[in-house]
Write a protein that binds this ligand. Structure first.
Ligand SMILES: Cc1ncc(COP(=O)(O)O)c(C=O)c1O
Length: 460
């Protein structure tokens, strides 16, 4: 649909009729929203004709970039052939069969069965129900508690929001849904004690899982849930020693591992799934976002043979499902998206070129007076803005400086998101050297602009 309204009118109508996600509606109504009208490759355009380099892939989503005709054509062809049919009542259709087969092929060993939804939140709600159902089928119905981590983001539904570890999300729904515990997240820069090495900190953070299991009683614990790299919490990259220790504890107590790969799935770390990068062995993987590069909503849970076998062994219904589970158009688009990633070698390219290019670019800013740390893994990166580089002291009123910086970024034609005062980026897998150079020039300018606003607050 082409845009037929002038910007001011669209803005007014938006403010009158549209409630946005995770938004302060009073300030949105006062200031109005930016209107994005087009995307092509790594760029988006707003309604005033401004071109912006999208350093967030939409929302960790548009991994193959915008404007790929092949995806539109796949949707068009599928809509003409079979626009919708459900997968309840023992029916199926070719796109969902082919996609399930493909996902089983690219997922880690033993993860061979897929249950579909439309959003990451739905996928995680499905995972929660599958985990609890699994233990009931195994004759251990007391195992209901899922241990997750503070600042984890697993979605916004009551289930996924409760499993996530963001207190501001909990504030709207607690105590609606019980049965989750949250331990420390492996965020060395923000959580380590003075002089604590990343390795020592990561072992402490992993052992918090064992302490929690013992405190609750292993017979009550169903699973541990974690994003291989926490994304929305601030691109918190665990030290390499973290996941092996977590896996050891999971194996020791025989609990399930749910890897939430809604961000790390589909190439972001240079492997199809982040679990493959870290060598962990999840029983369930949730995915969404980049499975279709965001061209159409689709999500799911891939489960291993252990869970699938338990379902097959019991002749009773799993009372769960969505009208759009395995939507044929979404599945057709996902298949085309994965085919493009394979044909263009986009996943190995993250390891060979794009990931190292991002790391090199970010490293140029580590000595900037505002910057406490830069970090990246694959195509996930972060810049910590701090008042005191030496002591890692933050600015007063967390998020204020990040917001200033975020707004400068948009003004200067580049999108980075702020998580409090951590600036995060997740470029699409298609960036070439010229996009890294463009981003580097903007980051330099924006850090200087932000510095000039807050210079008086910096440690001497
Ligand atoms: C790791 C993770 N899990 C789940 C979700 C929720 O996905 P959705 O917004 O599609 O419900 C997100 C969204 O950003 C996410 O980053």
């Amino acid at each position: 649909m082409t845009n037929q309204y002038p910007t001011t009118q669209l803005r007014e109508l938006d403010a009158l009729h549209h409630l946005h996600p995770f938004t302060d509606h009073s300030s949105l109504r006062a200031g109005g929203a930016r209107i994005i009208v087009q995307g092509e490759g790594p760029y988006i355009w707003d309604s005033e004709g401004k071109r912006v380099l999208d350093g967030m892939s939409g929302l960790w989503t548009a991994n193959i970039g915008y404007g790929r005709r092949e995806l539109a054509e796949a949707a068009h062809a599928q809509m003409l052939e079979l626009p919708f049919y459900n997968t309840f009542f023992r029916t199926t259709h070719p796109p969902v069969v082919k996609l399930s087969r493909k996902l089983a092929e690219i997922a880690p060993d033993n993860l061979n069965q897929v249950f579909y939804g439309s959003s990451g939140s739905e996928a995680n709600d499905t995972a929660i129900r599958l985990i609890r159902h699994y233990w009931a089928l195994k004759g251990e119905p007391k195992r209901r508690i899922i241990i997750s981590r503070r600042n984890a983001y697993h979605g916004s539904t009551i289930g996924a929001g409760s499993m996530g570890g963001m207190s501001h999300v909990h504030a709207h729904s607690y105590p609606v849904y019980d049965g989750f515990r949250h331990i420390i997240d492996p965020y060395w820069y923000g959580e380590a004690e003075d002089g604590e090495s990343p390795e020592a900190f990561s072992i402490r953070a992993a052992r918090a899982l064992e302490e929690e299991i013992l405190a609750i009683g292993p017979e009550n614990v169903a699973a541990f849930a974690g994003e291989p790299v926490q994304g929305a919490g601030g691109v918190k990259i665990p030290p390499e020693t973290y996941w092996p220790e977590v896996q050891r504890i999971i194996d020791k107590y025989g609990i399930l591992l749910l890897a939430d790969e809604v961000i790390t799935g589909f190439g972001r770390l240079g492997t199809w799934f982040g679990s493959q990068h870290y060598g962990i062995r999840p029983d369930l993987i949730t995915f969404a976002k980049a499975v279709t590069s965001g061209y159409i909503p689709l999500s799911g849970v891939i489960v291993n043979d252990k869970i699938a076998d338990a379902l097959m062994a019991h002749p009773e219904d799993f009372h769960h499902g969505y009208t759009f589970s395995g939507h044929p158009v979404a599945c057709a688009v996902a298949l085309k998206n994965i085919e493009i990633m394979e044909q263009e070698g986009l996943v190995p390219r993250v390891k060979e070129f794009a990931g190292p290019a991002l790391a090199k670019m970010l490293a140029k800013f580590k000595d900037h007076p505002l910057v406490g740390e830069v970090r990246s893994i694959g195509l996930l990166g972060a810049i910590e803005l701090v008042a005191d580089k030496r002591t890692r002291r933050r600015f007063a009123d967390p998020g204020r400086v990040g917001l200033i910086c975020r707004d400068y970024f948009f003004r200067e034609g580049f999108i980075m998101r702020h998580v409090f005062d951590t600036m995060v980026t997740a470029p699409p897998l298609i960036w070439r050297q010229e996009q890294f150079e463009e981003a580097e020039a903007v980051i330099g300018r924006v850090l200087d602009l932000t510095l000039s606003d807050v210079a008086g607050e910096l440690a001497a």
